[in-house]
Ligand binder design. Structure first.
Ligand code: FES
Length: 256
């Protein structure tokens, strides 16, 4: 028994289904990781040239291997072998942003490491060092991943806007919903809250930052919700674009 812990022999005295939440989280996170990994290495059906729909898993596309029209910012990188994802410049940072996210940390620590599995349920590990040692001390880099993810959200927004040049279809609506979700998730980040209002001694002397911080703080209370919504919208957006790009379905056009 860890020092300071109550001397209770039972692993937990809870009688409710405390295991349900970590189980659902594990299934949800695993589904996203498997889907995102497969699609990132897929290498095709990520761009609909007719409507300029670009999958967020392939943005920005800088390689000479990118299909014509999908590189909104040029192709200054050479052709990639098939085992390198085309969005190699953004995917590691997006992964780092989600992996070090305060909410996801709680979620996957509970779901995959049982550390702890739930409130008032003893964890199976005999030692606990928190995030004070390597590799978990790297979680402190979250703020830097936030800056990079912010830039990538701007790029995703640009991708979404240029797709409207060809008219409006269901794909545009899906891209728009995804981008709104990404901004809500990014703006509600705990690091964003600290960047906008942290280290200030007098809010009264910084009314603009206070206003922004107040808004971010309100969003921050929904951060978990936005984390799950964006997992869903990212999969939905990519899946829809894959189906249209591969000719499996046609885009539902609203305005041509
Ligand atoms: Fe979740 Fe920053 S993205 S805390």
């Amino acid at each position: 028994m860890a020092p300071g812990r109550a001397d209770i022999k039972a692993r937990t005295l809870r009688r409710d289904r405390w295991w349900l939440s970590p189980l659902v989280n594990a299934l949800g996170l695993a589904t996203f990781v498997v889907y995102a990994t497969i699609r990132s290495f897929w290498g095709s059906a990520y761009f609909v040239s007719e409507y300029r729909y670009l999958s967020p898993f392939y943005s920005p596309c800088f390689s000479a291997s990118c299909v014509p029209g999908s590189s909104h910012f040029g192709t200054f990188l050479p052709a990639f072998p098939p085992w390198i994802p085309l969005a190699i410049l953004s995917l590691p940072f997006l992964l780092g942003f989600r992996l070090t996210c305060y909410y996801y940390r709680k979620s996957y620590y509970r779901a995959f490491w049982s550390s702890p599995p739930a409130c008032a349920v003893a964890e199976p590990h005999s030692k606990y060092s928190g995030e004070t040692r390597f590799p978990l001390i790297l979680q402190n880099a979250h703020r830097y991943f936030f800056y990079l993810a912010f830039v990538i959200s701007v790029i995703n927004t640009y991708d979404m806007i240029v797709a409207f040049e060809t008219g409006i279809g269901l794909g545009n609506i899906i891209l728009l919903v995804n981008v709104v979700g990404l901004w809500l998730y990014t703006a509600s980040c705990h690091s964003c809250r600290h960047i906008t209002g942290g280290r200030l001694k007098h809010f009264s002397r910084h009314p603009v930052r206070y206003k922004i911080w107040t808004t971010v703080s309100k969003l921050n209370t929904r951060h978990m919700l936005f984390a799950w919504i964006t997992i869903g919208t990212l999969i939905l957006t990519d899946l829809y674009i894959m189906l249209v790009a591969s000719g499996t379905i046609s885009d539902l056009r609203i305005v041509n």
